[in-house]
Ligand binder design. Sequence first.
Ligand SMILES: *[C@@H]1O[C@H](CO)[C@@H](O)[C@H](O)[C@H]1NC(C)=O
Length: 319
Amino acid sequence: MKFIPNQTTISEFILLGLSSQTEQQKLLFALFLSMYLVTVVGNGLIILAISLDSNLHTPMYLFLANLSFADMFSISTSVPKMLLNIQTKSQSISYKNCITQMYFSIVFVVIDNFLLGVMAYDRFVAICHPLNYTSIMHPRLCILLTVIPWVLSNIVALTHTLLLTLLLFCDNNILPHFFCDLAALLRLSCSDTMINELVMFVVGLSVITFPFALILFSYICIIRDVLRISSTEGKWKAFSTCSSHLTVVLLFYGTIVGVYFFPSSAHPEDTEKIGAVLFTVVTPMMNPFIYSLRNKDMKGALRKLRDRKIFLQLMPPGI
Ligand SMILES: *[C@@H]1O[C@H](CO)[C@@H](O)[C@H](O)[C@H]1NC(C)=O
C-alpha cells in the first residue's frame, strides 16, 4: 500500500476485546457467536425470501433486502475476528488488517444509516402520494437510491482512512476495543489528531443528520396524512405499514442518543464500546426480527420458503 508512510513504526495492534478475564471471555464467545449466527441466518433468510417471492419485488422490500445485506456485512467486519482472537488466545491484528477492518466497519454503518433514510422516503411516497407511487418510485430511481448510499459511504470511509494513514503510531499499540474503531485508533496515535477529529465530527454529524432529517420530514407528512383518514381501520392500516420501519429507526437513533448524549462520564471508553456493540452487533441482529415478526407479507414469504414450494417453482420445466 502506497498510502502508508514510512514512519509507521508499529506493524500490529493489540485488541484487548471486551474483557480480559477468561471466564467472561468464554461467556462473550458464546454470546457473540450466537448473535453472529442469528444475524447471518436471519438476514440471509430475509434476502432469500424477498428475492424468491416475486410479490415482494417492490421498492420497500428491495430496500429491506439491501438493509439486510448491509447488516450481514456490518456484523461480519468485527465479530468473526473478535471470536477468532478469543479462540486462539491471540489479541493481535496487523496494521493493514486493522485499517481494512476500520474501513469496512465505517462503510456498513453509514450505509445502514442512509438506507433508513431511503426507506423513510419510500414510505412517505407510498402514504402521502399513493397515486403517483409507481411513477415516482420507478426502478431507475430505486437503483439510484441504493447506489448512492454505497458511493457516499465509501467516500466517507476513504476520507477517514486516508487521514488516518497519515498519522504516526509510536510505542503504544494497545487498543482497548474489540475491533479497530476509528475513535479508539485516533486516541492511540502520537500525532496531532485535531484535523481527524474535526473531520470525524463534521462527517459524522452530517451522516447522522441528513438521513434523520429525511426520516423526520417523511414521518411528519405520514402522521399528518394518517390523521386525516377518517376510519380507525384505515388509520391503523396506514400506520402498520410503517411501524416496523419506525421501530428500527427508534432503535437506531435511540442508541445514538443514549450512548452519545448521555454518556456515563466516568468511563467514556466503556460507553464507546457499548455503543459499538449496539451499532455493529445488536441493531443488525434485531432488524430481521422487527421486520419479519411484524409484517404479514414477510411472514408469508418465509413460510413459503419453509414449505419449499418456492424451490419447485425454481426448477426448470421438465424436471
Ligand atoms: C437492492 O435494491 C436494488 C434496487 O432497488 C435491487 O435491484 C437489488 O436487488 C437489491 N439488493 C439486494 C441484495 O436485494
